[in-house]
Design a protein around this ligand. Sequence first.
Ligand SMILES: *Cc1c(COP(=O)(O)O)cnc(C)c1O
Length: 363
Amino acid sequence: MRSNFILQKNKPIPPTEKLGFGQYYTPYMYVRRYRNSRWEDHFITDYELLAVDPASQMLHYGQLIFEGMKAYYNKDQEKVYLFRPEENAKRYIRSAIRLCIPQLPVADFIDSIKSAVKFSGPYIPPYSKSNPTPASLYIRPFLMGTTPKLGVKPAQDYGHVVITSPSGPYFSSGLNPIKLKVEEEYIRAAPGGTGEAKCAGNYAASLLAAEIALKEGFDQVLWLDVERKYLQEVGAMNLFVVIDNVLVTPDLDGCILPGITRDAVIELGASHFKMSVEERHVSIHEVIEGIKNNKVTEIFGSGTAAVITPVGSLGYKGEHYTIGDGKIGPIAQKMYDTLLGIQYNELNIECAKDWIIEVQIDG
Ligand SMILES: *Cc1c(COP(=O)(O)O)cnc(C)c1O
């Protein structure tokens, strides 16, 4: 294990186009422990193995939450920005509450992100907004229970760790449309469960369906609700469907992850594009019928890692349904351009004026 780790640490970071997603790591990390009912001072250390007791809570019962964010250079390579970090901080708190993990205050969370970006300075990919697959610094904070006790109880000790990874887009196809399989056997979340928390267990539970879909030639699965009737999301991104020129997205019913990109798309759709936007239950029946009679003209996903990812086709009950002409639609394209324009501080849009913050890095 150790040799593996050393190899990974010393992996030279390749050029922007070859980064992929989450494969290379900055050689430092941020660590802050929670012990004796309080948060201790943080420290920055080499990216290295975590010394974790084999009986740790998180290893057996999955008491672990995380976040996903990005930092990127502006065009003249002078400023580094974060997108709505306070929203990630608040979601970290909501996820923590759901898993009986102590809350990290919003200001402390943001400080930890700023520190991580600071020590990652030389590893932040150069400005590449106009590349087909733009790169940025992906930031992964996580918070886990480390107390060695095999009883199913919340841990007393925790670690908040931030690692960073120079990354390209989540889907290597960039803005090329993906193929989704509408999943009918397995589900991701049910009412009362942990669907709206960004907790590790949700993703472990999603792997099998995704592996099967991959073998069948799909890129990912589209999750339905417990009745296999209504759309939920895609597991790393939220979904939008354009129906009769209305931007429709599943409502936050506790079973989907409240994406920060989702929130931005809703806001931009309504305030900037002046579209009608509906947050409501969307049945798979409505979507399939809508594709058949051309009322559904676009489907796309939204997420920090996925940005805006167009969906070209759906597989449902063994049939394939191509959405529109199978290419990226005008709304997805415009949303992608607008979102990136805001994130790189190249557009001045009223509803988005507080969405980016600048972070200092060591020169
Ligand atoms: C993180 C995540 C998203 C996207 O959320 P953003 O805040 O937009 O990055 C969507 N679905 C799931 C399950 C996620 O974990």
